[in-house]
Design a protein around this ligand. Structure first.
Ligand SMILES: Nc1nc2c(ncn2[C@@H]2O[C@H](COP(=O)(O)OP(=O)(O)OP(=O)(O)O)[C@@H](O)[C@H]2O)c(=O)[nH]1
Ligand SMILES: *[C@@H]1O[C@H](CO)[C@@H](O)[C@H](O)[C@H]1NC(C)=O
Ligand SMILES: *[C@@H]1O[C@H](CO)[C@@H](O)[C@H](O)[C@H]1NC(C)=O
Ligand SMILES: *[C@@H]1O[C@H](CO)[C@@H](O)[C@H](O)[C@H]1NC(C)=O
Ligand SMILES: *[C@@H]1O[C@H](CO)[C@@H](O)[C@H](O)[C@H]1NC(C)=O
Ligand SMILES: [Mg+2]
Length: 439
């Protein structure tokens, strides 16, 4: 039994070791199988996901290309400039013709000299074709000398609305008596010698002062609430997608612009000092720093990829709205707030001893006296006054408005470092994303 038992035991042990060997073998096989399967599965899945990735990225590239070709065609690398400042659906909106051609209480306005007739007609033709032929707004022409018959005939014929021609009283145009004549002549000579643009011109100075403080006081303008300033030899590149006067009234806007850029500092060396003096005197009466857009004219940080920092000698960054295109509420200019501001600055003599332009005067007034939402950037209106222009860069808009301009050329000022448009997006109304993404 013992032998047997031991035999049995040995046999059993042998059987056992055979079993455990098999178990080991199968387990090993199993493990190998699973490892292999796992490896194969992993390899396969990473292979197939790589294929999928490739497919997806191929697809998204296609989408991107398609998207790009639709939205960014003709655009300069890196600058996505568009689109609506105050209306989200300009291009989708069907025009409701029943109220489309209803006029606002407004006029087109041109200060012009007789010899500029050809340029005046050129500007009129462009604005009539792109906008006014549907509305027939009045045209008001102003001059410091009487208009010639030829000028009156030709502009009246070109206007689709009524044309009025008015003579500016010399008291609103000429250099006031209290300007120190000797000092004036000396300054003129210096500015002419240092090649300041229009530095030696007296008539240019009268024009700038008139456009700053007197145009809106001309009797004929008391018939209107809004004006649209037009200059000779300008061009409107696109059909207007709306009546800008209506945008002004409905949105409670006082001032509208299309181009904003830096002023030549040598024309306004002491202007900002006086503005600061005025801010102190005002002491919060008319100027509300919490709601106006004063940062637009004082902030000089880098904005976007606008790297060229303009260094000025004071806190004014020289940004202004280009007033050769300007749509404004006459009631703002006629207000005590504006007149006080203008008269304070006028009393300093800088329109003559320096060469203050109406653009920085209007723009500083708008940035200080108005709420930032009372100024509007008309993003959709292509416009040229040499040497710069603006052209809508959203491709659909470009097509739908039948624009004739090149949005991606260097002369499109919006792409230029001289432009203050990004600064306006940051500190003014509209383009909210700029305000939220830049500190
Ligand atoms: N009646 C009259 N109009 C003037 C006089 N000087 C300028 N203007 C007008 O005032 C506006 C601005 O003058 P511009 O000569 O165009 O000045 P600018 O736009 O700064 O400069 P450029 O257009 O580049 O010459 C234009 O509408 C001119 O026709 C003037 O002495 N008399
Ligand atoms: C079009 O405008 C008129 C006048 O404002 C209005 O009565 C009408 O309902 C408008 N029609 C449509 C389709 O919006
Ligand atoms: C300005 O200077 C030039 C010479 O540099 C001279 O020909 C011109 O008459 C001057 N113009 C004025 C308005 O003084
Ligand atoms: C247009 O505006 C002027 C100035 O505010 C006002 O006197 C006139 O009554 C207005 N005309 C109309 C038709 O509303
Ligand atoms: C627009 O200007 C850009 C840059 O100068 C130029 O490359 C492009 O060909 C122009 N496009 C057209 C349609 O003229
Ligand atoms: Mg001009």
């Amino acid at each position: 039994m013992t032998v047997n038992g031991s035999e049995v035991g040995t046999k059993r042990a042998g059987k056992l070791s055979l079993i455990s060997g098999r178990v080991l073998f199968y387990s090993a096989l199993f493990v190998v199988f699973f490892v292999l399967q796992y490896t194969v599965t992993t390899l396969w899945s990473s292979y197939s996901s790589a294929i999928l990735d490739a497919q997806y990225s191929q697809l998204s590239k296609q989408v991107l290309i398609k998207y790009d070709s639709l939205t960014k065609r003709y655009m300069v690398d890196g600058s996505k400039l568009s689109s609506y400042t105050f209306k989200d659906n300009v291009l989708q909106e069907d025009i409701n013709t029943s109220d489309y051609y209803i006029r606002e209480n407004a006029t087109l306005l041109m200060l012009v000299r007789n010899w500029e007739l050809a340029g005046a007609l050129h500007s009129m033709r462009s604005l009539e074709d792109r906008f006014n032929r549907n509305y027939h707004y009045d045209w008001v022409f102003m001059n410091d000398v009487p208009f010639t018959d030829e000028f009156i005939e030709a502009t009246s014929a070109m206007a689709s609305g009524n044309a009025y021609h008015v003579l500016i009283p010399s008291s609103d145009w000429d250099t006031p008596e209290w300007i120190d004549k000797d000092l004036y002549e000396k300054r003129l000579e210096v500015m002419n010698q240092t090649n300041v643009l229009y530095g030696g011109s007296k008539s240019y100075r009268n024009m700038c002062r008139f456009n700053s403080g007197f145009f809106f006081r001309q009797e004929i303008l008391s018939n209107y609430d809004y004006y649209f300033r037009v200059e000779p030899e300008v061009e409107y590149f696109c059909d207007f997608p709306y009546d800008p006067f209506k945008v002004m009234r409905e949105g409670g806007k006082n001032n509208g612009f299309v181009i904003t850029l830096r002023e030549y500092e040598e024309t306004i060396p002491s202007l900002w000092e006086f503005v600061e003096e005025y801010i102190d005197i005002d002491d919060g009466r008319d100027i509300h720093m919490d709601s106006n857009s004063h940062k637009f004219i004082t902030d000089d940080d880098i904005v976007g990829n606008n790297k060229a920092i303009y260094v000025s000698n004071n806190a004014y960054n020289m940004c202004h709205f280009w007033t050769n295109f300007e749509i404004g509420d006459l009631n703002f200019f006629r207000s005590d707030e504006y007149i006080r501001f203008f008269e304070f600055l006028d009393s300093k003599g800088g329109f003559y001893y320096e060469r203050w332009g109406d653009a920085p005067i209007h723009s500083i007034a708008a940035s200080l006296l108005l709420d930032k939402d009372e100024v509007v950037h008309f993003d959709e209106l292509g416009y040229k006054h040499d040497p710069y222009y603006t052209c809508p860069s959203a491709y659909y808009m470009f097509l739908k408005q039948r624009c004739q301009c090149n949005a991606s050329s260097e002369t499109n000022l919006d792409l230029h470092t001289l432009s203050c448009l990004r600064r306006w997006w940051k500190h003014g109304s509209g383009k909210n994303f700029m305000r939220f993404t830049t500190s």
